[in-house]
Design a binder for this molecule. Sequence first.
Ligand code: AP5
Ligand code: MG
Length: 214
Amino acid sequence: MKIIMLGAPGAGKGTQAKMLAEKYSIPHISTGDIFRANIKEGTELGKKAKEYMDKGLLVPDELVVDLVIDRFKADDCRNGYILDGFPRTIPQAEALDAALAAQGEKMDYAINVEVPDENIVNRMSGRRACVGCGATYHIKYNPTKVEGICDVCGKELILRDDDKPETVLNRLKVYHDQTQPLIDYYGKAGIVKEVDGTVDMNDVFNAIVEILGE
Ligand code: AP5
Ligand code: MG
């Protein structure tokens, strides 16, 4: 099963993708997480990506596309995968389609997690991310057992650099301009499924499982 998670920044794509990856035993491929890991390791890719991410802008397509296409050709993706944060532009979607077509494959689902802009800034300011394993929490909606400490690996939690309100507003604008058109793009391919992302995260999860099947 090959799934794309669509939705605004902070809609809950990462939260749901992690839960789905576990349920269906397929990898969760998050371009944002890949960039953040590269930034942490101080790689050339990380240095380039950070310039864009800190401003709330998209990293140029040429730095993203090959990275993802190489990743889903890996062995662990044989039974499918969940793409989170990719594609984010029409050219990325076209490159993805072309790469899949070359393997005689196509995407199965594009799940659009819908959350209005008004809810987003609030959500992002409460998000905390683990510096060690990248697990994501929310101080109110999904708190850790011990404040400031990751439940999974015990490392410290931080507020993401791009979760400051002014950067979030920029990311939302970029989302509406460049990423939202993908809903139409995949709508034409007949694979878009909408879910309400404003309800409790377990209810969002159940709605997605209902679409994908047990
Ligand atoms: P990326 O890391 O993909 O960020 P994003 O799309 O902006 O999305 P987020 O990760 O912020 O939100 P999410 O939808 O995953 O929400 P989450 O589950 O964490 O990308 C970052 C940057 O990298 C981009 O700005 C760009 O610069 C670059 N980049 C990445 N991919 C790229 C690409 N393909 N091309 C170009 N550039 C690229 O949830 C948010 C919060 O809400 C959490 O605290 C969570 O606990 C909470 N929450 C989740 N669900 C619920 C719920 N139902 N109710 C209440 N709270 C909830
Ligand atoms: Mg995410």
